[in-house]
Design a protein around this ligand. Structure first.
Ligand SMILES: Nc1ncnc2c1ncn2[C@@H]1O[C@H](COP(=O)(O)OP(=O)(O)OP(=O)(O)O)[C@@H](O)[C@H]1O
Length: 421
């Protein structure tokens, strides 16, 4: 097959991960591109936070083509900055013609969750650095038809009175993960450890600092119309049943003209949603059904997978005392350990004394695993830590009395986003 040639922009973040992107691009990646006859119209090392988004928006304003390919050397955070910047400008201002943004991802960050999800590590895989980092790029170079549409998630921070559509509501776009609770606290605290711990171990250190914390909030999971004609209809809020090994319509859901809603009361230990990604690090497969039972590529409305841990489901926990939180921390560690064992946590249940059993028994599942179109997180006013939201590594703060709304989307306005896969 003849590779399609499109306008090509190369961007890399020299500060991502262990700071090796510049050397890798200059000495290894750019020569490969040129050998294949691709001459990028611009090669930009990012100079500061936010720069990647500015470069892309400025560039889109100068081209008349409908589509752009970006070779992106970074982690998930820089991809997020670009998508967020494009979303804030909107398709009309981008000539109104621009339609398609496709990324060849080169993993130069810390976690590289999206890359690791698209190209999961397999035992015995090539140890060769160039080969392991250029799988998405190879797809651009060799057979540019293999792209995967990316589902996005837009988070809107709402004040007590504001409507979601209000022009001044703060929004942020994720291609990978939107979270609250433990995961948001980890990302918040781990940034301070970046200089001393450039690898994923800083996430483990930050997890230890926060593992006993519970977060007081209410959640509404929802699926809302309208449906796109011809798409696979998303039936309602679904919950994963480990016995049947499939998603079932959630029994607790209310159906109304506005769609279905499932309400969850706190406290929460863990609350995280992903699109596109089944893992947050190469071996931390926390949302495994994103790959073993992926949503249809055109489902309407778009869906995200949501993983929740609520301590009061544990039959041995009846209050939020220090002792209960210490005891539950061990179980949280067991859940996280299950995610590192290829996603084993989604089959864990409580025995009658609160012990965690795997793949048997009839007790409540330790993890609640949902598939839905979006969620609202409404923190209790006096719980400061419950006001943090993580959007692909960016930390947002819900204002007092406010809430966060997160919804999965097929595109940004009319701009389709995809990755070479
Ligand atoms: N020249 C620069 N100097 C300092 N920071 C930069 C520069 N360019 C970009 N950044 C910032 O670097 C941050 C980290 O980038 P990125 O998320 O891509 O890598 P990472 O955090 O190491 O990986 P991951 O998100 O996969 O864990 C981004 O928030 C971005 O704003």
């Amino acid at each position: 097959m003849v590779p399609r040639k499109t306008t090509l922009l190369v961007l890399y973040n020299p500060a991502a991960g262990a700071g090796q992107a510049r050397e890798f691009f200059e000495h290894e990646l750019l020569p490969v591109l040129r050998e294949h006859g691709h001459e990028p119209v611009q090669i930009v090392p990012t100079a500061s936070p936010g720069h990647a988004g500015e470069v892309v928006v400025k560039f889109l304003n100068t081209i008349s083509e409908q589509r752009l390919d970006i070779v992106l050397g970074s982690g998930d955070g820089t991809l997020h900055e670009i998508l967020d910047a494009v979303d804030h400008v909107g398709p009309t201002e981008l000539h109104g013609r621009f339609r398609e943004l496709t990324f060849a991802l080169v993993p130069c960050g810390t976690a590289n969750a999206l890359y690791a999800s698209l190209f999961p590590p397999t035992p015995g895989e090539s140890e060769e650095l160039l080969a392991s980092k250029t799988q998405s790029l190879q797809s651009l170079l060799v057979d540019a038809m293999t792209t995967r549409p990316l589902t996005l998630a837009r988070t809107t921070l709402l004040s007590m009175s504001a409507a979601p559509q209000s022009a001044d509501a703060r929004t942020s776009i994720a291609a990978v993960v939107t979270s609250t609770a433990l995961h948001a606290s980890i990302l918040h605290d781990s940034e301070a450890l970046r200089a001393t711990h450039p690898g994923v171990e800083r996430f483990k250190l930050a997890a230890q600092q926060n593992i006993t914390r519970w977060y007081r909030a209410r959640v509404r999971l929802f699926v809302s119309p309208p449906a796109v004609p011809g798409a696979t209809l998303t039936p309602g809020v679904e919950v994963y049943d480990p016995v049947k090994d499939q998603f079932m319509l959630s029994g607790g859901g209310e159906t109304s003209l506005g769609g279905t809603i499932v309400e969850l009361d706190g406290p929460f230990a863990y609350f995280l949603s992903t699109t596109n990604a089944d893992r947050l690090e190469p071996t931390f497969r926390v949302v495994p059904k994103q790959s073993t039972f992926p949503p249809p590529s055109l489902s309407s409305p778009a869906t995200m997978d949501v993983v929740v841990v609520r301590p009061l489901r544990d039959p041995s926990i009846s209050d939020a005392s220090e002792q209960s939180r210490q005891a539950f921390a061990q179980k949280c560690m067991t859940v996280m350990g299950g995610a590192y064992r290829d996603g084993a946590h989604i089959k864990m249940r409580y025995g009658s004394n609160g012990e965690i059993v795997e793949g048997q028994g009839e007790g409540p599942t330790v993890v609640e695993y949902f598939r839905c179109n979006g969620w609202e997180w409404i923190p209790e006013e006096d719980d400061e830590a419950a006001h943090l939201i993580c959007v692909d590594g960016e930390i947002l703060q819900i204002e007092q009395g406010g809430k966060a709304l997160c919804q999965a989307l097929q595109d940004l306005g009319e701009i389709k986003v995809s990755a070479y896969a």
